[in-house]
Design a protein around this ligand. Structure first.
Ligand code: OX2
Length: 812
């Protein structure tokens, strides 16, 4: 029996009968119940296990193939993963959807009932976390040996309830009923130190001993990440904080001090208790820094352990390992690897530095200055004293390099230093990430260019070859095949097969069908049917969606000004030939981001007012479903006609919702920002509603002294909209939002207002010609194949990771 290949295992069934038997045996032996008494949850858990078993078998073959080839590995370090619901994905990726439907029917349930019980793990905030999930999907699909490392937060992104009072947050105990998709691996536990002090080692200048003041255990569990249309199953390994036995104070317990007895343990386990619900902003709390180091320390030790299973010494470490840092959150991995190599494995500093620099690569996801993480030196020193010493040494040697290239340029040294000296001294994580890596990339062409020209210009001048662009992408399986089965079937029929799901450029062949009247008619009726399914408005109305995190730079407030303008226009001319619109907003705001929460509340209030207005409501409906997450996105995206991507140019690094919507045939109204530019270039300017300043004009407008009141005074419709907001009918929130727009308007909303309204008029002209609209919609899908995450991963693999696929053998 060949244990390693997993071929000694009993074969898992391929027929309906065999699947059914496996399901029953899981019901009896693993769930401990019977057919007669099985609840929906029993059925769900059992089905999940049965599907998981099939992936586990592939996982065993994957591990065997990887073990045998000792390949170069990609390790993706990310503080966030928004994996989305697992059941439907895993049914698809294991090809067991039909078998499962039949088998659960025999238990008296429908697949849809059970899918409703499948809770998505909300271990991320927004685009950055969902990108991580799309990339691990594509890594497996491309047969690249990879592990994603993250944190298993007990509480994910908060559950949101929207009422007329705005957003309320509730804790998201996503694994309350357990999580059938994960495998705990307590044996691979790691111990992580915090606080304490360092001690010199006599005779060594660079090595030190770190004596931590607190030790916390990290316990991993993993979720399976199957590739689509291939045998590979990779994993995402998530760490949970566990108190060590010693942290329970038995003597206090015996003395009746129950709370004090567990105090230390509670503190330790708080590290992975909750995801910080902020997006694109820096937080700066010690617990967050603890989370970051916890992730990094556990993951690096695991990476080293895995390397040592197959290799000896350190000569080949950087050859066999590439670690991608998803934004700066895991950047402490750089000094941590130095610490492991120098202090624990006793390598010379220079050699350790060479290995470290070659091992890491860094993806930056923002340009917003407030999102560039920095940590107070004092906090760092207290929590990670040894790491701070290492950072100082890295910085000293780095600044020497800069000084050698630009002698006497002190201002440059100050600008580039890893330690910021303005005000309170702070560690600049983005600088550390650039200095300690081999490659740095932005996430869309414009973003990468602006990184080189602005935020990281000094670094780009020093190391031009280090800077690259890798435009983001999304999973076509989750966001077309699963989310939009009707459209997928039509595409498959039109292209004569499902090959497009692994090679999304093939969508381009749909171009020939754009002029085919019957194809176009089916295209249109699918969109309508998806709107009926969504059930949030008249399916014949123009469904206009803005779905994303709430942030002032994304400018939901500009969309709101459009809503009020429409409201005024309809009231002024109730008999007009108005196009019925359903405007859908969805998204969360960080709980402490008051300006964004004001905008949510204002939208909810305006929506109610419109609803109650008999003159306007036949034409205009504003809906705001609660709790936007991956699952809800999968329902909204297929139903969208118009995709709102209206951030101030130069602020949205990429966007990925824009890609998902275009792929599903929504037409974008947007600025020249992030990936919008690349979408427009591909789908064609005539199939995209463009408006607004570009990034350079926006920057120039600010420099020239921007005055929002100028636009207020010179545009009667804009004035009317702002006056309505400020009139008091929407209470204090109306005042505050209008006040901020008129007072400062950080994101130049008023300057882009007129252009936006005109672009919306162009939208309406196009909508009045259904054949033209449908053609535009088909062409958006046809020319968005570039935005597959499979292409993104291929780009990383070729230009940054330099890794090759390792195919996994089929079961024989
Ligand atoms: C987001 C960016 O805001 C968004 O533009 C991008 O598409 C996404 O990351 C994936 O690259 N936190 N979230 C982001 O950046 C940060 C920081």
């Amino acid at each position: 029996m060949d244990l390693r290949q997993g071929t000694g295992l009993r074969k898992l069934g391929k027929t309906a009968d065999e699947f059914q038997q496996d399901l029953l045996s899981n019901l009896f032996y693993r769930r401990g119940t019977t057919v007669e008494s099985a609840s929906a949850r029993d059925a769900y858990e059992t089905l999940s296990l049965t599907v998981r078993d099939r992936l586990a078998e592939r996982r065993a073959r994957t591990a065997a193939a990887h073990y045998a080839s000792n390949p170069r590995w990609v390790y993706y370090l990310s503080a966030e993963y928004l994996l989305g619901a697992q059941l439907e994905q895993n049914l698809l990726y294991s090809g067991t959807g039909d078998l499962a439907a039949e088998a659960v029917k025999a238990l008296g349930f429908s697949l849809e009932d059970l899918e409703d019980l499948d809770v998505e793990p909300g271990l991320g905030n927004g685009g950055l976390g969902r990108l991580a999930a799309c990339l691990v999907d594509s890594l497996a699909t491309r047969d690249i040996p990879a592990v994603g490392y993250g944190i298993r937060y007990d509480l994910g992104i908060f559950r949101q309830i929207i009422t007329e009072n705005g957003q309320t947050e509730l804790p998201d105990d996503w694994a309350f009923h357990g999580n059938p998709w994960e495998f705990p691996a307590p044996d691979d536990r790691q111990a992580v130190g915090f606080y304490g002090h360092t001690e010199p080692i006599p005779g060594s200048e660079t090595r030190k001993i770190w004596v931590p003041g607190e030790i916390v255990l990290g316990e991993p569990s993993h979720m399976l990440v199957p590739g689509y249309g291939t045998e590979t199953v990779n994993i995402v390994r998530l760490w949970s904080a566990k108190a060590s036995e010693a942290s329970f104070d038995l003597s206090r317990f015996s003395a009746g001090q129950y709370a004090e007895a567990v105090q230390e343990a509670v503190r330790a386990e708080n590290i992975s208790k909750v995801l910080y619900p902020d997006d694109s902003t820096e937080l700066g709390r010690e617990l967050r820094l603890k989370q970051q180091y916890f992730l990094v320390s556990c993951s690096l030790r695991d990476i080293v352990r895995r390397f040592r299973l197959r290799n000896e010494g350190w000569d080949t470490f950087a050859e066999k390992t590439v670690i991608q840092l998803n934004d700066t959150h895991p950047t402490i991995a750089i000094p941590e690897l130095m610490r492991l190599l120098v202090d624990e494995y006793e390598l010379e500093w220079d050699r350790a530095w060479e290995i470290t620099r070659k091992t890491f690569a860094y993806t930056c996801h923002t340009l917003l200055p407030e999102a560039l993480e920095t940590w107070p030196v004092r906090m760092f020193e207290k929590l990670l004293p040894r790491h701070l010493e290492i950072i100082y040494l890295i910085n000293m040697l780095f600044l020497r390099e800069v000084e050698a290239r630009f002698p006497g340029d002190h201002d440059r040294l100050r600008r580039m230093s890893i330690i910021g000296e303005e005000g309170e001294r702070r560690v600049r994580m983005a600088h550390l990430a650039v200095v300690g890596t081999e490659a740095v990339n932005g996430v869309a062409e414009l973003h990468s260019k602006l990184l080189r020209e602005t935020v990281l210009d000094d670094f780009a001048e020093l190391w031009p070859a280090k800077f690259q662009n890798v435009t983001n992408g999304v999973s076509p399986r989750r966001f077309i095949k699963i989310a939009n089965p009707r459209l997928s079937d039509l595409i498959t029929e039109g292209l004569g097969g499902e090959g497009w799901l692994r090679d999304l450029d093939r969508l381009a062949e749909l171009e020939h069908l754009a002029g085919d009247a019957s194809f176009a008619e089916r295209w249109q009726s699918i969109k309508r049917a998806n709107k009926v399914d969504l059930g949030l408005g008249d399916p014949d109305s123009l469904t206009d969606v803005m779905i994303k995190r709430f942030h002032e730079y994304k400018r939901q407030q500009l969309k709101l000004l459009h809503v009020i303008t429409l409201y005024h226009r309809i009231r002024a001319n109730p008999g007009g030939d108005w196009i019925p619109r359903t405007i859908l907003f969805a998204g969360k705001a960080a709980p402490a981001y008051h300006a964004a929460k004001d905008i949510i509340r204002l939208i909810a209030t305006v929506a109610a007012r419109i609803e109650a207005d008999p003159v306007v409501s036949p034409y205009l409906k504003v809906v705001f479903p609660s709790n936007y997450n991956v699952t809800l996105a999968e329902r909204i995206i297929p139903a969208a006609d118009l995709s709102e991507q209206i951030s101030l140019a130069g602020k949205e690094a990429s966007g990925t919702g824009n890609m998902k919507l275009a792929l599903n045939g929504a037409i974008t109204i947007g600025t020249l920002d992030g990936a919008n530019i690349e979408i427009r270039a591909r789908v064609g300017a005539e199939n995209f509603f463009l408006f607004g300043m570009d990034a350079y004009q926006a920057a120039q407008t600010r420099i020239n002294g921007y005055d929002p009141r100028h636009f207020y005074e010179h545009d009667a419709e804009l004035r009317a909209a702002l006056d309505t907001l400020a009139s008091g009918i929407f209470g204090d929130v109306g005042h505050r939002v209008a006040g901020s727009l008129l007072g400062w308007d950080e994101y130049l909303t008023l300057a882009d207002y007129r252009g936006y309204i005109e672009a919306q008029e162009e939208v309406e002209r196009a909508w009045r010609e259904p054949a033209r609209w449908t053609r535009m919609s088909i062409l958006n899908t046809a020319h968005s194949g570039f935005f597959s995450a499979d292409r993104t991963v291929a780009d990383y693999a070729a230009r940054i990771w330099r890794v090759a696929p390792v195919p996994v053998q089929h079961e024989d």
